[in-house]
Design a protein around this ligand. Structure first.
Ligand code: GUN
Ligand code: ZN
Length: 440
């Protein structure tokens, strides 16, 4: 791959804690060698160091790190947009009937194709994917991610109560199917396995014990589930686990809250839950579009940060409203800016970029691999180029700084601006109408 010449931005540090976290190169050069980033800097410097390498001129657009989605449901692509219902009603009426259809392996394969294309075409190169309740459907997702070349962390969803009978497994089946999938996919071709009980509401103690056993039997597994999303959900979990001090305790009791745990939502945590999540170095996956679409509530970002809890972003489709992490970051910004009680955290574009890139890599323990553009990382890149004559093109042309241009990108960019996406230096998506004449 040649030397890429473009405006380049990334956040190799955490803007919530570190000064100068956003690095910008208005006329940048990024060298890709064997799927990794070989060099990054001002174009003239990189060019002088590598005079023999051919330059690909991408000026007019912007290069960003590939996006990292930390919460997105594979079986829900076809039911995005069921608006206006609270969580438990939405699950029953809109979502679980579709998830049950993935019992059919042929159906699941089609959905897997649509889902993985949805990720790639929106610039997502790494995702923690909430899987399917069926072993073959889960295998179909891993196979499709491998075929396209995305980095996917995922697992079969485990549940044994209160959903629909077709979606339940016995603890023995849950253990056997998960073990088969772990042996087949975990640690192979940029795929990792995540132990995934749907939520404590649908998981008995026996299922949570299976999750614990799987973690003890295999090294390097990730863990993901839902927590503290909706009032009725939280009250039901309290009734189902009378011994638990709170929702988090239902996972903690089985050793499921740790550095590689990602818990989605966490809109209504107690101070104690936040303190314990922070101490465990677990991550909250914030899904602002979903939280507004299901009327679930405001995410207390400031309280998470104060307690030292890691935070990353998730689109949470089908509860969320699409695959676009740029939109998700904008929605996070909106909700923080209108949060009642003055408790919101006013984010800069650097915070927003960090949340959809490096924060997700950190959540998954993959920060040495992806999430920013430091030399040595995998060449996971999004080339963003607005359509000719679009408002975003005008904004980019007239911004007086690249940081200002970045907030224009968050305000205006959609899938039509994702021109090309690279994973480990290979093109995993390219807009069909683009030609060499436009520089891509
Ligand atoms: N809690 C349990 N399952 C789900 C789901 O599919 N979506 C959301 N948003 N919350 C859940
Ligand atoms: Zn979810």
């Amino acid at each position: 791959m040649p030397l890429l010449r473009s405006a380049i931005l990334h956040t190799p540090k955490n803007p919530f804690t570190d000064e100068g976290a956003l690095e910008v190169y208005p006329d940048g050069g990024l060298l890709v060698e064997n799927g990794r980033i070989g060099a990054l800097g001002p174009y003239a410097e990189i060019r002088a160091q590598h005079p023999q390498v051919e330059t690909r001129d991408l000026r007019g657009g912007v290069l960003l790190p590939g996006f990292v989605d930390t919460h997105v449901h594979y079986p829900q692509v076809r039911v995005i947009g069921g608006l206006g219902m609270p969580l438990l009603e939405w699950l029953e009426a809109n979502t679980l009937p579709e998830e049950a259809r993935l019992a059919d392996a042929g159906y699941a394969q089609e959905v897997a194709r649509e889902f993985v294309h949805g990720l790639a075409s929106h610039g997502t190169t790494t995702a923690l994917v909430f899987g399917a309740h069926f072993r073959e459907a889960q295998a179909a997702l891993f196979e499709e991610a491998r075929r396209i070349g995305l980095r996917v962390v995922s697992g079969m969803v485990l549940s044994d109560r209160l959903l629909r009978p077709e979606l339940h497994q016995t603890p023995e089946q849950a253990h056997a199917d998960s073990s088969t999938l772990i042996r087949r996919f975990h640690g192979k071709d940029d795929l990792l396995y995540a132990v995934t009980p749907r939520f404590s509401l649908s998981a008995s103690e026996a299922i949570l014990e299976v999750c614990q056993t799987l973690q003890q039997e295999h090294a390097g597994l990730r863990f993901t589930s839902h927590i503290n999303e909706n009032g009725l959900e939280i009250a039901t979990v309290r009734e189902l686990f009378p011994w638990a001090s709170d929702y988090l305790h239902t996972y903690e009791r089985f050793g499921l809250v740790h550095r590689h745990s990602v818990l989605a939502h966490n809109l209504h945590p107690s101070d104690s839950e936040l303190q314990r999540m922070g101490a465990a170095q677990a991550t909250a996956a914030h899904c602002p579009c979903s939280n507004a679409a299901l009327g679930s509530g405001f995410f207390p970002l400031r309280r998470h940060l104060r307690a030292g809890v890691r935070v990353a972003l998730g689109t949470d489709i089908g509860g969320g409203t699409g695959f676009c992490l740029l939109k998700e970051a904008l929605q996070a910004f909106f909700l923080q800016s209108v949060m009642p009680g003055g408790e919101g955290y006013l984010m800069s574009p650097a915070h927003m970029l960090y949340l959809i890139t490096r924060a997700g890599a950190e959540a998954l323990g993959l920060e040495d691999q992806t999430g920013d553009l430091r030399p040595g990382k995998s060449a996971d890149l999004v080339y963003l180029r607005p359509p000719e004559g679009s408002p975003l093109e005008a904004v980019l042309r007239h911004s007086d700084s690249l940081e200002r241009a970045l907030s224009g990108i968050f305000a205006l960019a959609g899938a039509d601006c994702i021109a090309e996406v690279y994973r480990a230096g290979r093109t995993v998506y390219r807009q069909a109408h683009l030609t060499a004449g436009r520089g891509v």
